[in-house]
Design a protein around this ligand. Sequence first.
Ligand code: PEP
Ligand code: MN
Length: 375
Amino acid sequence: MLAILHPNTPLDSDAYRQTMHYLEHLPGVTVRVHEIQGVSQRLTEIYLLGDTKPLDKEDIEALPAVERVIRISDDYRILGRHRDDNRQTGFSYNGVDFNQSNLNIFAGLCAVDIPEHVEMMLKALEENGQVCTRMGAYKPRTNPYSFQGHGKGCLPWVFEKAGKHGIKVVAMEITHESHIEEIDTCLEKLGRPTGVMLQVGTRNTQNFELLKAIGRQRTYPVLLKRGFGITLNESLNAAEYLASEGNANVIFCLRGMKTEAGQPHRNMVDFAHVPAVKRLTRMPVCVDPSHSVGTREKSPDGILDVMHATAQGVIAGANMVLVDFHPKPEKALVDGPQALLMNELPAYLEDIHLCHDTWKKRQAIYQRLKGEVPE
Ligand code: PEP
Ligand code: MN
């Protein structure tokens, strides 16, 4: 059961004290407080865990600090959608909104290599009105002898350049909890010219200690990739690990599933799950067409498979696109063969906006059926 307090309830008020006193003395029930700082208000949610079946919803709703009560299922307690649950989706970070209705595009380098390439990428993004990017400094590689990323050494110049080109959020994968501090120390030293969204890669989706460490910090939002060889339920539970430790600013990213059946693509594109994740949880949903498709193959209609896959995700309501670009893919140190080119950026953005608008129009079509078909 979840008790949502009136917004901005002071933690030293009588109403709060009386409410907590009552809840903490319920037999067989553990109380867990979760604070959410929104743009204009602070929300306190109190999770009642354990033997909550005998509890009366109305008794709890009558407590002085409680606004309303929601009965929650066991799955995805914080990030999930529950019956009678109209809590908001999403969050704002560094001036950018992330929710289940809007769309943000994170085009950029799979892996940071040399300053010239980063500069060319960021300049192209700025010229095309983009304020987000992806830049990999810590790369988890299958082969131990492959390039593992420049690590913390490249952070100062990457962040400086990002700030110079008006980038507000850089999606950056981390593979160890020490990387959080490396990023934070560097940003702080530079005066925070840009922001970072911590990315958990598909190889680390169930690295529970890493998830807990990332979940304990509230400074940076998180992009969690779906595990490529586990069920959707297992990946959504991984997201809940972040929230259960305190950080519910999580975006869930579909990136394809590892199976021979996915050929000729690198992975089996799973973007039909975009609406399923939005129905099961309140997380904004991202699609990564680059790591799903993994090539620059083109169909006879002249459109790259990466672009078709992007369109499929966005037209189904995706809220974020994470995509590899490179000014000179033949020189890229990681994933060059799947990178889109600088001169493809404007057309690609136009295509994405067309698909996002189409998704909105599709909703309007079905809205007309409301009341005519059973819910
Ligand atoms: C990436 O986005 O750079 C990446 C390594 O993706 P994934 O974890 O999905 O393989
Ligand atoms: Mn990659």
